[in-house]
Write a protein that binds this ligand. Sequence first.
Ligand code: ATP
Ligand code: LTN
Length: 334
Amino acid sequence: MIDGKKVLFSGMQSTGSLTLGNYLGALKNWVTLSDDYECFYSVVDMHSITVRQDPAELRKKARNLLTLYIAAGLDPKKNCIYYQSHVSGHAELAWILNCFTYMGELNRMTQFKDKSAKHADNINAGLFTYPVLMAADILLYQADVVPVGKDQLQHLELTRDLAQRFNSIYGDVFVVPEPYLGKSGAKIMSLQDPTKKMSKSDENPNASIYLTDDTDTIIRKFKRAVTDSEARIKYCPEQPGISNLIEIYSACSGKSFAEVEAEFEGKGYGDFKLAVGETVADTLKPVQTRFDELCKDKAYIDGIIKENAEKANYYATKTLRKVQKKVGFPERIR
Ligand code: ATP
Ligand code: LTN
């Protein structure tokens, strides 16, 4: 608890450009939560280097991501928006937690299996212990809730296990966090392969809608979206492509699946895809406008980066000192 409010932590990697999946599955929900919780929203740049990055690009993407958090509606005065790499406590707690994590637990992580298949030439130890750093992110701020997409539930389960394991040895040190899954848009799929999630690291730019795509690009990508030949607009497992578009349309328009099906009853895929494209473009427009404005105000963004890193450091250090004491590290002499 901070000032009587429950604590919320979440983060996104600064790899690639943010997609509609990130927006509907994460960012949009974050904004609605920021009144009810004391929120920490991190740009997890330390996680990003588990796969090879170009340094200048990484720096730029991290800044864009932090700016997009604000453009999407997160108020940086109310929410702690900061770079993970500016708070050394993340790495320090991760090390300690590493010593409480079993190889078998990490071996079971599906994201590790997927990413090692994708980056077979660079299966580094950081990729393997990635979930431990994520656990450190969350536990460092004593977070009660963690909004994530379904793909991250396994990592959150590990975080809970680590917190409970640590607490059972040393007493109540960590809050055991709960996942928070948003109501709609929980998992947006690739437009080119609707059995795969839409991901910012997908090599095919037509598979994802980026938050910075203009209206024409958005409409073109939806026109090309892979669907089926059933020719009916119905949400069902046999039609993953169309179901994904219904999910997107529903999340952007606020209409239920049944309402969407009724609206497009008897209409063709062409009409539906155009409507989805237009609705998505309308949803993203205000975010894009605000992003462009914010990018011009360097001093404002710099100020937020500095202030919020200090705030994050304050809370992180509080937990870290407690943990260091529990595991038996010598006291600091002042
Ligand atoms: P990468 O391709 O770099 O692994 P990603 O696009 O999968 O990235 P993350 O940085 O891993 O994105 O995730 C940021 C947040 O967005 C997480 O909360 C995650 O659950 C959510 N998210 C990512 N992709 C989707 C998606 N397709 N649908 C819904 N939510 C998503
Ligand atoms: N692993 C997450 C990003 C992430 C995160 C976190 C999310 C890192 N640390 C802490 C929530 C809480 C991902 O790939 N989406």
